[in-house]
Design a binder for this molecule. Sequence first.
Ligand SMILES: Cc1cc2nc3c(=O)[nH]c(=O)nc-3n(C[C@H](O)[C@H](O)[C@H](O)COP(=O)(O)OP(=O)(O)OC[C@H]3O[C@@H](n4cnc5c(N)ncnc54)[C@H](O)[C@@H]3O)c2cc1C
Ligand SMILES: Cc1ncc(C[n+]2csc(CCOP(=O)(O)OP(=O)(O)O)c2C)c(N)n1
Ligand SMILES: [Mg+2]
Length: 575
Amino acid sequence: MATKTVSDLLVETLAAAGVERVYGVSGDSLNGITDSIRRQKQIQWIHMRHEEAAAFAAGAEAHLTGRLGVCAGSCGPGNLHLINGLYDCHRSRVPVLAIAAQIPSNEIGSGYFQETNPEHLFAQCSHYCELISQPEQMPRTLEIAIQTAIARKGVSVVAIPGDVALRDAVEEGPRLHFPPPKPNVCPAEEELATLANLLNESKKITILGGAGCAGAHSELIELAAKLNAPIVHAMRGKEFIEYDNPYDVGMTGLLGFSSGYRAMMSCEVLLMIGTDFPYQQFFPKDATIVQIDIRGEQLGRRTKVDYGYVGDTKTTLRGLLPKLSQNSDDRHLKAAREEYQKARKGLDELATDGSGKKPIHPQYAVRVLDELAAEDAIFSCDVGTPTIWAARYLTMNGKRRLLGSFNHGSMANALPQAIGVQVSHPGRQVVSLSGDGGLAMLLGDILSLRQLQAPVKIIVFKNESLAFVELEMKAAGIVDFGTDLQNPSFAKIAEAAGLLGLTAEMPDQVRPMIAQALEHDGPALVEVLVSRQELSMPPTITFEQAKGFGLFALKAVLSGRGDEVVDLAKVNLFR
Ligand SMILES: Cc1cc2nc3c(=O)[nH]c(=O)nc-3n(C[C@H](O)[C@H](O)[C@H](O)COP(=O)(O)OP(=O)(O)OC[C@H]3O[C@@H](n4cnc5c(N)ncnc54)[C@H](O)[C@@H]3O)c2cc1C
Ligand SMILES: Cc1ncc(C[n+]2csc(CCOP(=O)(O)OP(=O)(O)O)c2C)c(N)n1
Ligand SMILES: [Mg+2]
């Protein structure tokens, strides 16, 4: 029998940890590892066209499954390309392992061909980053990396020189055989009692929930019912909070709903649960603020906090609920819900076919997609205006999922994330909401769809610009510059790459084409020629006023019509 190599043991250890795929691009220094993958059946090599896309794809798989995603790059430029995608995974707190192949061990430090220093390069986007320089370290170093990625939710990196990977293994096999621990984390009894007292004495409570509410939907709804509290969500909480929720008043933030903004600004007690909503300007100044988070270091990071608790949402709410009495005053809730219905109606009115005229409203395309997509569709949206449309017009239902680059905010995330989702969930409908700028940025991986037989559907919002940046420039009172895009026909590119490619130029083409794409047995792309300035700044604002507008726009909510910005700007400008 052939001897087991270090890379054989590496692959065996990954398999023992339940890994099913490694996303990457091959290369000399990775040869040992790809060859070990080739010789076994449990782990599949997912051949991508760009390592950044591989990292995004691994992160998307991890986001959906909660299990370890793995990506790999060859030495120097190969693994350097992983970095932006890994930053995204790390900041989204999904468990991902990156295998960074390294130059031959005896050349390290000599300035050799392709030499970089992965331990330095990956330090900022990982919890753990170590070099495997001798066979005795395998599998322990790898197991520490895996365990750290899972336990601390984020990225671990192992750098391994190609020659070390090809040497004979010393250890026999993987050493860790326990299932992932699932502790219940709860504040102390006295803390729960203090919190219950505070809540029982308040009549105007608003809940701000985020991604940390995943898996605690029924507890959250029960809490809101007891407190008569409207629930605002942060973007990453949308998929877990918005559905089947009679207390929902939408998102807050610049892209949010005016109702979410107001519900937070008008409360007496703000109860933050599992959220790291990052924009300080949107927190109330005078309310009493409570924050519950699984990680103590999060407490008080975004706003002043009067009561901070460490606990996981489900366990904490289960402990808290029996201590709460029913709030008899529902005026705050009712007012917030009415605001929400108004805001929702206002946004829905913008999602029309525009009397059949071009250019198409992007909101309309997303509303149609929302109607036609499968009940358990998985969406990814690019950073840029697709994030706005996804936040406002995609309906979640507890089965659908939504991914983006919400914390890192990197362009071009949607297509590679969709690839990771599709290959790890072959039966599901997967839709990428791509910007024309974002799609072009990692366009190479459109070729992966055919090669991997991944039937991803891409909807491209073709506005011939970096529209989100244009909006930011306008809001800051700067003349927009460097935002024009001269695009080809993405439908033709798609056809050439073996996808179904369609172009919707007129509103009446949107529905049949999206339907055709969704039904197509294979990858498909629909480019929708959408208007460029859907969220134009209000015309009543003069340039002089606009110069300082950024300040106000930051505090305001883009209602979609710009009128909300006017409201708040007027208050601030003309007081
Ligand atoms: C172009 C663009 C515009 C954006 N505009 C907006 C906007 O207007 N509004 C908006 O809301 N977002 C917006 N975002 C997204 C924003 O940047 C943040 O990503 C988002 O608000 C964070 O959502 P979150 O708090 O749900 O998730 P996270 O930032 O992931 O925070 C989750 C928190 O929950 C904690 N947690 C995890 N598990 C548990 C558990 N079991 N129990 C308790 N706590 C737990 C974590 O420690 C963490 O602190 C925008 C993003 C982009 C790219
Ligand atoms: C990698 C990266 N580069 C630049 C930016 C700044 N940025 C944010 S949104 C955006 C425009 C995105 O354009 P597009 O994909 O066409 O979407 P649109 O807003 O036009 O719908 C840019 C350049 C970024 N977030 N990430
Ligand atoms: Mg664009």
